[in-house]
Write a protein that binds this ligand. Structure first.
Ligand code: CP
Length: 341
């Protein structure tokens, strides 16, 4: 038996995965470890029936590539099935409430994942569902992205550098991805900086969460519009400047505020003074707006690993919240093949 593949995690302290602030550092690390073990196992050619005959309902109030595909492929790789409930395909949003939808889906499916327009919707879903609900992004946060992002950071950590010396900089608008990156990096005791115009800094609500994390786990959280903060960065992260929501501030206004100072380009990477600096992006990207082609296609970019790690993260989350534990992956596999483990 290869110990690398022992899958043995804690019982989740919450039914749902809505917000990483509801989980302490050791629980987040347990989810990450579960995800990494499954990744190693699958990359080594292992096949799984971990969620055999289990169904995941996927509700999308907004479009998605990475979240949709990673959850669907993740369920299939764990032996289960995912239902894509796209906008207009179910009664939700018509004359059925989100609470009634949750109750019905919970009678037929084993888990629900939802990308919602308003955070209140995911809270209501979880409240009325008897099965685990996973937040696939709201206007408040993007916790499954957080798990994929911290796995990507772990994959690319500078050698022998402790967490409390790692500097992660988010450049640009205070999107839910920015807030999420702050929450997960400070939970790991890293140093987080939001580099943006003052009008776009993270709110006091989020900064309070970050400071509480720093008190508990070390690290630091700052906001700044000074390019001096770029120095010594290990990771530079950005997200689109506009286009996330209907009826938002016009593109021209965002461009005036962010361009050219906050574009991630070769000059910005050079300003870190770190030849090994890594570039991250949750994607999709608006090429040559918030990031140049030369960075996105260049040697510092780990955004494609980051996209792949959405799948790594989802498999871990599905196994963790789907009730699989206390068995090894090999035992599960051998049982199916009628062998002794
Ligand atoms: N990063 C992310 O959530 O991508 P999608 O919107 O394509 O799911």
């Amino acid at each position: 038996m290869n110990d690398t593949y022992v899958l043995k995690h804690k019982q989740p302290s919450k039914k749902d995965f809505l917000d990483t602030t509801e989980f302490d550092q050791s629980e987040i690390l347990d989810i990450v470890k579960t995800a990494m073990i499954i990744r190693n196992y699958i990359k080594a050619g292992g096949t799984l029936e971990t969620l055999f005959h289990k169904n995941l309902a996927m509700i999308f109030e907004q479009k998605s590539t990475r979240t949709r595909v990673s959850f669907e492929v993740g369920m299939e790789q764990l032996g289960g099935h995912a239902l894509n409930l796209a906008p207009g395909a179910i009664q939700l949003g018509g004359h059925e409430t989100i609470g009634d939808t949750a109750q019905v889906l919970a009678r037929m499916c084993d888990m629900i994942m939802a990308r919602v327009n308003r955070h209140q919707n995911i809270l209501e879903l979880a409240q009325r569902s008897s099965v685990p609900v996973i937040n696939g992004m709201s206007d408040y946060n993007h916790p499954t992205q957080e798990i994929g992002d911290i796995i990507t950071i772990f994959d690319h950590l500078p050698k022998d550098k402790p967490f409390d010396k790692i500097k992660v900089i988010f450049v640009g608008d205070c999107t839910q991805v920015c807030a999420s990156l702050m929450m997960i990096t400070t939970k790991m005791g890293m140093n987080f900086v939001h580099y943006a115009p003052p009008s776009k800094w993270l709110s006091d609500h989020f900064l309070k969460i970050g400071r509480e994390n720093c008190q508990m786990y070390g690290g630091s959280v700052h906001v700044s519009d000074s390019p001096a903060v770029l120095e010594g960065a290990d990771f530079i992260y950005t997200d689109v400047w506009y286009g996330l929501y209907d009826k938002e501030t016009p593109k021209e206004v965002y461009m005036r505020e962010f361009y050219p100072k906050y574009q991630v380009n070769d000059q910005m990477l050079a300003a870190t003074g770190n030849p090994e600096v890594k570039f991250m992006h949750c994607l999709p990207a608006m090429r040559n707006e918030e990031v140049t082609d030369s960075v996105l296609d260049g040697p510092h970019c780990v955004a494609w690993d980051e996209a792949e790690n959405r799948l790594t993260a989802q498999r871990g989350l599905l196994a963790y919240f789907g009730g699989v534990a206390q068995e090894t992956l090999d035992q599960i596999k051998n049982k199916k093949e009628g062998k002794n483990a």
